[in-house]
Write a protein of this length. Sequence first.
Length: 494
Amino acid sequence: MTEIAWQEYDEMVEFSENEPLVASGHNWLAMGVWLMLLGALASLGFWLFTEGHLLLMLAAVGLPLLVLCLLKPAISLYVFVFAAAFDAVTAFGEEGTVLAMITLIKPLAAIVFLSCFPLFISQHIPLRASRGLIRTFVLLALLVSASIMWSFTRFTSIQYSLLMFGQIVLLLVMVNYVMRNVHIFRNILLWLVAGGVACSVFLFFVGAGMTKGFGRASLGEGANTNAVAIGLVVSISVLPLLWVTTVRRSHRILILAAGLIIYGGIFYTGSKAGAACALLGVLVGGIFEARQRGFLRLFRILGVFLIIFIVTYVLLQLNVLPGGSQTRLEGMFRVGQTIEAAERGGLKREGVWRLAWITYRNSGQMLVGVGAGAIQYANMIVGTCSERHSAHNNFIQALVELGPLGLILILLVHIYPVILLMRLRNRKLIPPAMVALSAPLLAGLTHGTWTTKFFWIPMLIVVLLCEADAMAFEESQEAEFLATEGYFQDGNVP
């Protein structure tokens, strides 16, 4: 080969080694500076909000953030995933009001779209590996739109329809930007973990005493602790991916510490579903790891499970957790269960699922429409008095709202990503990727998540992994062709 051919070949190999799936270090100093800046902005915004200066808060915090994101769209992605863990803890108004529906993630999603969409239009990159998954999302969104025709609350179903299409477009816009700037992939994972750590620390020091405003879903009375916990599960589930793409031991110690803090936050909420999903997700990853490197790895993970269970048992016996957390976890571990815990556990998920099935069966399989509320409709059909609105299960909810076709599509959007991850050419990434996917999706067994960030952020990570893997493979194939055949076929004979 000519000297020019070898030079171009070396450049292509060097580019391939810089793609986001290769282990490297992290710029922790830069991230620390940004965290301090975000912390200052958040503290200022929090103070202005609590003082009732909403417009001043938007001007002092929102406008500078918007300008930064428009100048550097990567910042919008970092802030977006960082806030994902905080979203369940925030609200701009009292429950039942319009402002109560506005949380951090919604305006930040709009900022991500505004900052990344111009590149999507001018430099669109076609999908390589995940086109089938996106088509399945579109089919599901079309069925959600069709449910408007039979929905009992059409306005709500219209909202969900627009939400579905908006989430698909947002996912495509974000994937396109990251594939143009592949070096930010690990940074996105890092900021997602940082958000989980920050939210956990917030809960430790502030959340237990807040029930209004920014504390809508904190640990106060009537709080949605499960939503907080699942947001933390999304954060902690990407830690194995960060682990395998980090080379320095000191950085891995920081990652391990972050995992302990986030799991402490999940534990502090008292969410049984959150604690179980985090652990089961690791178990799923351990099974795939065992397939590659032997079952000794699986036994190590089971040992970790045993240690966590013993620590949990001791903490519950010491009664050191906040009252609500103590009560909820006692119901999970059956350790020193109080009368209050037993009474609280009386309304179990099985009863909610049974009501949803009764709704489907007794209505003559007449569907209620997405967002119409399967259990709310059961109140009219069979005279129940449950205050629950959702069926608290992605699959049962889809059956009641969209029928058998909806159930099939929901199953597809849960199974398809698993198939895509099993096809990754970088086999080392399969076990941690399975953790990042399975831990949040398992939450869909006890909560309705498929229209929320708890579902779409893991899907974003899956699509990014598959597209980056496919792009790296194409580059390696092109480099190999250039080094062996390409130049000879073009008449470049040495």
